[in-house]
Design a protein around this ligand. Structure first.
Ligand SMILES: *Cc1c(COP(=O)(O)O)cnc(C)c1O
Length: 390
């Protein structure tokens, strides 16, 4: 989609902007769906990865539910016609207002992250004369082997309910007819590239589930969250993530109860590779130690490098038109315009000789990119363009 033929059109739009390849999104959705269907699994897209209207519509049309982490995300999912029975709601800090929004809608499940939260949901549901379906989000103390900012399933993390709280959780459920426990929920982190971690998670889920079985509880649902990683180094080698191996790991290691429905919450793996941040070179500045390439997109447009020390593949797409060859590559320190030293795209990127005005593509930007856009330095928010506008 970022082919030579399309570069002149891309060049007509004001930069920076997000560019989404809808064809790749569709192919990713059907690959995921196919891999799920093999085992009868179901999936809820994590809206926090990308909340663009056109993208949400396509994801819903592909049959996915919605995984939300705020009341506004629940409202957004409803506005995009996600069925309430396919909406789940996690998060350690659900406010009363947010809980009411979700109760009003009659969502499928609150994924509860603490004992006090369960008490508040019980009280609000009772006062509204309704019941809340809940799942316990359990902290399984499993290491996702990912960046510590996106690791969520270790016992020191703020997320989830630990096994020593189970007894109290059951007491609250027994004492509150407004709470209906439908299952257990897990989400141990994001950008997981060692897929054996999912096998480890499943073995832990089997043990934890046994605690409930021993107390006569056969829960109808198990939700294993999201987290499948993508290839940021070489996106062109793996435009569609390995959904097959993810679900195979689960099928191999999980021991579900008879008739139990298994759910997933992919976010990044659905949308990361179909999105690119397109930006222009403002200046090439020869420094003492490095040659700076200054782009018109910065950390306010895509904060992952500054927040997680993440690296995205950078490509000079204008150089393609000039037929620049690899052996003419120079080393650039690629930076953004924002007044922060952490506004850095790449320390030493080997790129074809680059000129002011060249178009640069920052790849794998479809997840946790546009949604995290902010107006620091009073900069404008980067808009979205889609492949069908070409
Ligand atoms: C963020 C999040 C996800 C999605 O994670 P990805 O790594 O983007 O797949 C799923 N479930 C919950 C509860 C989350 O917070």
């Amino acid at each position: 989609m970022l082919s030579k033929a399309n570069i002149p059109t891309l060049g007509m739009w004001e930069t920076p902007f997000y560019f989404y390849d809808l064809d790749l999104l569709d192919r990713t959705l059907s690959a995921c769906k196919q891999a799920l269907d093999r085992y009868g699994y179901s999936a809820h897209f994590a809206l926090k990865a990308n909340a663009e209207s056109r993208i949400l519509d396509r994801i819903r049309e592909a049959g996915f539910g919605a995984d939300c982490v705020s009341g506004n995300e629940v409202a957004l999912a409803l506005r995009h016609q996600f069925e309430p029975q396919k909406i789940v709601f996690a998060g350690v800090g659900k406010s009363d207002r947010e809980i009411r929004i979700a109760l009003d809608a009659g969502i499928f499940s609150f994924n509860c992250e603490s004992i006090p939260e369960m008490e508040v949901i019980a009280a609000l549901a009772a006062s509204m004369g309704t019941t809340a379906r809940i799942a316990l989000r359990i902290n399984p103390d499993v290491d996702a082997h990912t960046h510590h900012y996106i690791s969520t399933g270790k016992k020191e993390n703020k997320f989830g309910i630990s096994p020593w709280m189970f007894e109290d959780a059951l007491t609250i459920i027994r004492n509150n007819p407004s709470l209906v426990l439908i299952g257990l929920h897990f989400h141990i982190g994001s950008q997981i590239t060692d897929l054996s971690v999912f096998g480890t998670l499943c073995k832990r889920v089997n043990e934890l589930q046994q605690w409930f079985v021993d107390r006569g509880m056969q829960l109808p649902h198990l939700n294993l969250g999201g987290g499948l990683g993508i290839n940021y180094q070489n996106p062109e080698l793996a435009p569609i993530p390995d959904f097959t191996t993810w679900f195979e790991q689960v099928h191999q290691h999980l021991q579900p109860l008879p008739g139990q429905q298994i759910h997933f919450e992919p976010g990044r793996s659905i949308v990361a590779q179909c999105g690119h941040l397109i930006t222009r070179v403002l200046y090439i500045k020869e420094g003492l130690e490095s040659r700076f390439m200054i782009l018109d997109a910065g950390m306010n447009d895509l904060i992952r490098p500054a927040l997680y020390q993440a690296r995205h593949r950078i490509e000079n797409i204008s150089a393609q038109l000039r037929n620049a060859t690899q052996d003419e590559c120079l080393s650039y320190e690629v930076v953004g315009p924002v007044c922060e030293s952490s506004d850095l795209w790449e320390n030493s990127a080997l790129l074809p000789k680059t000129l002011r005005g060249d178009l640069i593509a920052i790849h794998s930007a479809g997840a946790y990119g546009q949604v995290m856009g902010m107006r620091y330095n009073q900069r404008d928010l980067a808009p979205a363009h889609y492949s069908d506008e070409l």
